[in-house]
Ligand binder design. Structure first.
Ligand code: NAP
Length: 283
C-alpha cells in the first residue's frame, strides 16, 4: 500500500469512470443528466466550491443549472426555488451550497429536497436512511473518505475508528458509514476530555475539526485521514501535522490533494446515481 493516500489521483480515475457511466446513461435513456446548484450570498469559499463543482460537472458530462441568490433573500423565496427545482422533472439533482446565511433555516430548506434528488445527502430523510443503513445517497465527503480507505485496501472490519468532529456533513455521517462497515466507532468533539486517550488507540483516525496541525504525532497510532481545510498564511493546511504524523502512521491523507478532491468526485457520482435511480425506480 502507498503510504500517502493520493486523493487527487484516485478522484481523477473516479471522475473518468463516472464520465463513462454518464455517456452510457445518455445513450441508453436518450437524455441529459441535470444538476441544479443553488448559491446564496457571496461567501468567497462557497463561490470557489461552486465553481469547482460546475467545472467537474462539465468534465463528466453533467449539465448544470446555476442559481445565485442575494444574501438578503428571504426564507420563503429560497424555499420556493428549491420546491420548483424539486418538482421540475428535468432536474436530477439539487445542491444547496452550505453554509447558508444565518437568517435562513438551513435544515428546513435542505429537507425540501426529495431523497431522489438529494445529491449531497444532507436532508433529514437522507440522514435517516443512512442511520437505518438503508439505500440512499451518502454525503460526499464521508463517501469520499470510505472510497479512499477501501481503494487502498485498508481493512475496516472490526477496526477501532476514532472520529474527531461531530458535524452533520462530516463527523456524524462518517461515523455511521464506518459503523456499517463493522468498525468500532468513537466520536470525539470539543467537550471530549483527554482527547489523545481516544486518538492514540485509533486504527483509523479521522479528523474533521478545522484547526491547523492540531493532531500531533504523539496523538496517533496507525492511520490518519485529514478532512480539515484551514486557510493560513502558509496556504492550505490540514488538521493533522502531516510531516510529523506521516513518520509514525502506515497511511495518511495530504492536504491539499487528499479528501478534498474526493468530495467533488463523489458528488458527480451521486448526481449520476440520482439520475439512474430516477430512471430505474431504485429509491
Ligand atoms: P464544524 O461544523 O465546524 O465542526 C467541527 C467539529 O470539530 C465540531 O463537532 C467540534 O465540536 C469539533 N471540535 C472543535 N474543536 C475540537 C477539539 N479541540 N477537539 C475535538 N473536537 C473539536 O466543521 P465541519 O464542517 O465538519 O468541517 C471540519 C473541517 O473539515 C473544516 O476545516 C472544513 O473546512 C473541512 N471540510 C473539508 C471538506 C473536504 O471536502 N475536504 C468537507 C467538509 C469540511 P463541537 O461539536 O463540540 O463544537
Amino acid at each position: 500500500m502507498n503510504k500517502i493516500l493520493d486523493g487527487k489521483a484516485v478522484s481523477a480515475t473516479l471522475k473518468d469512470e463516472t464520465k463513462e457511466k454518464i455517456e452510457a446513461f445518455k445513450k441508453k435513456y436518450n437524455r441529459e443528466i441535470t444538476l441544479a446548484v443553488v448559491l446564496v450570498g457571496e461567501n468567497p469559499a462557497s463561490q470557489i466550491y461552486v465553481r469547482n463543482k460546475i467545472k467537474a460537472a462539465e468534465y463528466v458530462g453533467i449539465k448544470s443549472l446555476s442559481f445565485t441568490l442575494p444574501k438578503s433573500v428571504s426564507q420563503s423565496e429560497t424555499e420556493s426555488l428549491v420546491k420548483t427545482l424539486s418538482e421540475d422533472q428535468s432536474v436530477d439533482g439539487i445542491l444547496v451550497q452550505l453554509p447558508l446565511p444565518e437568517n435562513l433555516d438551513q435544515g428546513k430548506i435542505l429537507s425540501l429536497i426529495p431523497p431522489e434528488k438529494d445529491v449531497d445527502g444532507f436532508s433529514s430523510q437522507s440522514m435517516g436512511k443512512l442511520t437505518l443503513f438503508e439505500k440512499g445517497i451518502a454525503p460526499c465527503t464521508p463517501a469520499g473518505i470510505l472510497y479512499l480507505l477501501k481503494n487502498a485496501g485498508i481493512e475496516l472490519n472490526g477496526k477501532n475508528a476514532v472520529i474527531c468532529g461531530r458535524s452533520n456533513i462530516v463527523g456524524k455521517p462518517v461515523a455511521l458509514m464506518l459503523l456499517k462497515e463493522n468498525c468500532t466507532v468513537t466520536v470525539c468533539h470539543s467537550k471530549t476530555e483527554n482527547l489523545e486517550e481516544f486518538t492514540k488507540n485509533a486504527d483509523i483516525l479521522i479528523s474533521a475539526i478545522g484547526k491547523p496541525k492540531f493532531i500531533k504525532a504523539d496523538m496517533v497510532k496507525d492511520g490518519a485521514v485529514d478532512v480539515g481545510i484551514n486557510r493560513t498564511e502558509n496556504g492550505l493546511v490540514g488538521d493533522v501535522d502531516f510531516d510529523e504524523v506521516k513518520k509514525k502512521t502506515s497511511y495518511i491523507t495530504p492536504v491539499p490533494g487528499g479528501v478534498g478532491p474526493m468530495t467533488i468526485a463523489m458528488l458527480m457520482n451521486n448526481a449520476y446515481l440520482c439520475a439512474l435511480r430516477r430512471e430505474t425506480g431504485g429509491f
